[in-house]
Design a protein around this ligand. Structure first.
Ligand SMILES: [Zn+2]
Length: 212
């Protein structure tokens, strides 16, 4: 059976594991990290589903944080589970460029000024943009009118940039020497690990491949 992956993002407030609060009652929607038997990440699912998987023997809890209470019972709430049946972790590199994968590839850091977007930080994630190294206009075919030019949207031509840095350059050639990242297609596993590390806000770092 496939694990239904749920996407959490920085706007998902509350419910993230708090290692200092072992007996707090937690929400059934809190994200739980799912690993395969080789300790590779498979994704994150709501706590309610993680509990269902462990109760039916399809997963084993690996770490707990807080408790789930019902009128009749209290159970420890898993924050990391391991699937009993083998499941492959993502392999290979990503082909399609998406905002979320690009920001994870570049670690939510502006490729030009090095500012890092983090929840609660001075640079917000919503201020990050996709910066096309060779401007989109130069990829545009004669007669192509749309602002968005799909041909320019390739891993070796995009970096994550803060709004001021992206706006400053306009359609000029990039200053290649000051580029802080190597623009290439990222591994699926690295992108997923970074996204999960961000969802877990530090609570899952010990269970994720070094993705920094
Ligand atoms: Zn910048």
């Amino acid at each position: 059976m496939r694990i239904r992956r749920t996407v959490w993002n920085d706007r998902t407030r509350g419910g993230v594991p708090d290692p200092m609060n072992q007996t707090a009652t937690v929400s059934t929607g809190r994200p739980t990290l799912v690993l395969n038997a080789a300790s590779q990440p498979l994704g994150a699912i709501p706590l309610s589903r993680a509990v269902a998987l462990t109760m039916t023997g399809r997963a084993t809890p690996l770490a707990f944080d807080g408790v789930l209470r019902s009128p009749t019972t209290t159970i420890d709430a898993p924050t990391v589970i391991v699937r009993t049946e083998w499941a492959d972790a993502p392999t290979g590199v990503l082909t399609r460029v998406t905002r979320s994968a690009l920001f994870a590839r570049d670690n939510w850091t502006c490729a030009w000024c090095g500012r890092h977007a983090r929840p609660g930080g001075d640079l917000r994630q919503t201020s990050l943009t996709i910066d096309h190294l060779i401007p989109q206009a130069r990829y545009r075919k004669p007669g192509e009118r749309h602002k968005y030019v799909p041909a320019s949207h390739r891993w070796d031509n995009v970096v994550c940039a803060c709004r001021p840095c992206n706006g400053r350059r306009g359609s000029e050639d990039p200053d290649w020497a000051s580029l802080r990242v190597v623009p290439r297609a990222p591994s699926r596993l690295v992108v997923m690990s970074r996204q999960l590390a961000r969802v877990g806000r530090g609570a899952w770092d010990a269970y994720l491949p070094a993705a920094a």
